[in-house]
Every structure is written in C-alpha cells, then in structure tokens.
Design a binder for this molecule. Structure first.
Ligand code: ADP
Ligand code: ADP
Length: 225
C-alpha cells in the first residue's frame, strides 16, 4: 500500500477574481513504502502548495489525501494535526532549529510533544546524533554548529518520531556544493536504513538522480521525468 496517495488534487487561488491562479489541476501522486521520490518544479509551479497539501498544512479545493492508510480528506484540523505529528517528518532549506536549545534538545522536544517519555526521547536523540556523526555536538546550540551540521541535526529532528513519510524542501539547498553532496548522502543513508518513504523537492538533478524516481510539476500535474 502507498504511504502517501494524492488523487485529483485541485487548488486555485483568488477564485473568481482577476488574479485567479489554478495552481494544481487534478494532480495525482503515490509514494510507495520505502520509496524516495524527487520532486522537481520550476519556480512558481506550485511546489510549496503541493508540499503544504501533502504535509496536511493546507487543504485542496478537491481531490483526496491519504496518508499511511488514513483518508484525511475533509477531516477536522485536530485529526490532521495528530496525523501530521505522528506520520510526517519535515526538513526545509533552512534548519529552523530552536536557537536557545541544544542539538539534542531540538530532537527531544518533538518527541515530548508526542508524549514519548523523556528518557526514551533522550536515548533516541543520542542514537540519531551518533548516526549522523554528531555525538560530540549534542550539547551545542545551533549557532555553534556549521551549516552542514545544523542540517544534519534538522534531519535527526525530522526522524525523531519515526514518521512514515519524510517531506523535504531543498534539504541541502543552502549549503555549498561539496557539503550539500556529503550531507545529502547522509540523509539518503538515514532514509534507507530506516526504510523511510520520502518526497524530496530539489532543483539539483544530480541529487534527484540518486532517488528512486523523479516527478516534475508541470501545469498543475505531475509528469514522470
Ligand atoms: P512554488 O513553491 O513552486 O514557487 P507556490 O506553490 O508557492 O509555488 O505558488 C504557486 C502559484 O500560486 C504562484 O503563482 C503563487 O504566486 C501563487 N500563490 C501561492 N500562494 C498563494 C496565496 N496564498 N494566494 C494567492 N496566490 C498564491
Ligand atoms: P564548516 O567547515 O563545516 O563550515 P565551521 O568552520 O563553521 O564548519 O566550524 C568548524 C567546527 O567548529 C564545527 O564542527 C562546529 O561545530 C564548530 N563551531 C563552529 N562555530 C562554533 C561556535 N560558535 N562555537 C562552538 N563551536 C563552533
């Protein structure tokens, strides 16, 4: 079964006004279990709109959203929020770590929000930091880490609650090419080791080529690339 299934997704902004924009026009996407899909989209094509809908942060005008077996179409905000916290991990171009907390605390906090006991959350944070080679950085605040290290902590945070699906938007987009390459390789091995499914938006075709397949957002729909 698919981890994420979007079917017939339509999204229009400014409906009925002169500035009406039909961003998504019957878009379909299925991400299978353990599958890593690259999303390529020219600027303005609707990448953010798509990721917000897949991330349960926005709702489509029509179409259905099924995540990890649950049809979330038309569900109340609370149901969607619970599904988001339980089943999704997010990584952005910028790390968005909490500046006043340490690397480890940034990974512990989302687990506490999911009612994971503190000891177990701390053990999980330590394990994840070790996997990305940052065991000795656990007590550092984000400002004390390099850009690549900050992004590695952000990956750990995204995986903290063992989500079914990782949604990433240019996860290494603010790093220099060499660091981006290394950090991306680390993300991919984390994803592969845990059998995680992922939808990763990128402009970098070399990175896209390392994923299972690539889809391109074109005129409101996805086409194989
Ligand atoms: P991308 O992330 O690919 O650049 P977006 O999903 O942000 O694209 O936006 C797609 C189109 O929809 C753009 O033309 C954008 O200006 C428009 N758009 C996005 N959000 C809104 C909004 N809240 N209201 C009106 N237009 C919007
Ligand atoms: P990079 O070579 O990856 O750009 P930096 O030169 O920024 O890394 O940092 C090198 C090392 O020094 C990193 O491992 C980082 O954790 C550490 N570091 C950087 N800035 C600080 C700081 N303000 N306080 C403590 N450690 C820091």
């Amino acid at each position: 079964s698919d981890v994420l299934a979007l079917t017939g997704i339509e999204k229009t902004y400014n409906r009925g006004e002169p500035g009406q924009i039909d961003v998504l026009r019957g878009l379909d996407l299925a991400v299978g279990r353990g599958e890593v899909v690259a999303l390529v989209a020219p600027s303005g094509a609707g990448k953010s709109t798509l990721l917000h809908i897949a991330g349960l942060l926005d709702t489509p005008d029509s179409g259905s959203v099924t995540l990890n077996g649950a049809d979330l179409t038309g569900q109340r905000d609370m149901v969607r929020t619970i599904a988001r916290r339980r089943d999704l991990g997010f990584v952005y171009q910028f790390h968005h770590l909490l500046p006043e907390f340490s690397a480890a605390e940034n990974i512990i906090l989302p687990q506490l929000a999911n009612a994971v006991p503190e000891k177990r959350a701390a053990a999980r944070a330590a394990e994840l930091l070790e996997r990305v080679g940052l065991k000795d950085r656990a007590g550092h605040r984000p400002a004390e880490l390099s850009g690549g290290e900050q992004q590695r902590v952000a990956f750990c945070r995204a995986l903290a609650n063992q989500p079914a699906l990782l949604l990433a938007d240019e996860p290494t987009g603010n790093l220099d090419p060499e660091t981006s390459d290394k950090v991306f390789a680390m993300l991919m091995s984390l994803v592969r080791e845990t059998g995680l499914s992922a939808l990763i938006a990128t402009h970098n075709l070399d990175l896209a080529a390392r994923m299972d397949r690539t889809v391109r957002l074109e005129q409101g729909r996805l086409v194989a690339a």
